[in-house]
Design a protein around this ligand. Structure first.
Ligand code: HEM
Length: 225
């Protein structure tokens, strides 16, 4: 335990926490995007998917037991990811309080430079999103049993769709650079497989971003109604 805590206090320890929680969050977001695509099958299919999430594991487990276990793991991963990012940022700023006179972003692309603010935007998005489509607190016509109706009614409001689209672009950039850093931290990346990981990061970031963005766009265009 003490060994683990000591490791956490090092920069590499915090980066390992970011990488491991990043894998969990990345996996969730990918599977969730596939679930969202059920909107193209039918209203019944995506609504049945919501019922499945609640009942999965029963009768062996209680109803919602697996759902709540997943929620706890997801929340813990999110909190640890943000906490480690916050501490690494503070450490970075403390190491260079004045900042560079000339900022050179030689090895850094746009995705790398937007990790922090992009991360803040994604965190705000998650809070809004849960209030919008899970609890319905900020959705005027929310119906717990009708995910399809919630999506169509929700995304017809264009500022809401625009916010989702902007957040999904930020998420795509975050995942692109995140996969990259994660492989570096976990020691999976080297000179010979560099191209593979870049390709992997590009394909997954694009799939998640475009798959998700297609949902509000299809509603706005009247393809899904
Ligand atoms: C356009 C993109 C997205 C759509 C259409 C969408 C759709 C939905 C819907 C319909 C629900 C409610 C499911 C239910 O009631 O059973 C939900 C829940 C949720 N979504 Fe999304 N989502 C999107 C993007 C995201 C992203 C990018 C994240 C994470 C970064 C995310 C995280 C969550 C979480 C944490 C929940 C709550 C799950 C639970 O505790 O039951 N979603 N989403």
């Amino acid at each position: 335990m003490i060994g683990t805590l000591t490791l956490y206090q090092t920069t590499i320890g915090k980066k390992v926490v970011m990488a491991v929680t990043g894998v969990i969050l990345f996996g969730y977001v990918f599977v969730h995007m596939l679930g969202n695509l059920k909107i193209y099958q039918s209203a019944d299919k995506i609504n049945a998917y919501g019922v499945f999430l609640r009942e999965v594991g029963a009768p062996l487990l209680y109803e919602q037991q697996l759902l709540w276990s997943a929620r706890v793991i997801l929340l813990a991963a999110t909190v640890l990811h943000i906490w480690a990012a916050y501490q690494l940022t503070r450490r970075d700023l403390a190491a260079r309080p004045v900042g560079y006179a000339v900022r050179k972003n030689i090895a850094q692309g746009y995705a790398a430079r937007t990790m922090r603010w992009g991360g803040v935007l994604i965190a705000l998005f998650i809070v809004y999103h849960v209030l919008h489509l899970t609890t319905g607190t900020v959705h005027p016509a929310f119906d717990k049993e009708n995910i399809y109706g919630n999506l169509v009614g929700g995304f017809r409001v264009w500022p809401v769709s625009l916010f989702y689209i902007v957040a999904m672009i930020a998420l795509g950039l975050h995942i692109y650079h995140g996969v990259w850093s994660m492989m570096q931290t976990l020691g999976a990346k080297n000179r010979s497989n560099d191209r593979f990981w870049r390709g992997f990061a590009t394909v997954f970031a694009l799939a998640i971003t475009l798959g998700n963005i297609s949902v509000p766009v299809s509603v706005l265009l009247g393809i899904v109604r």
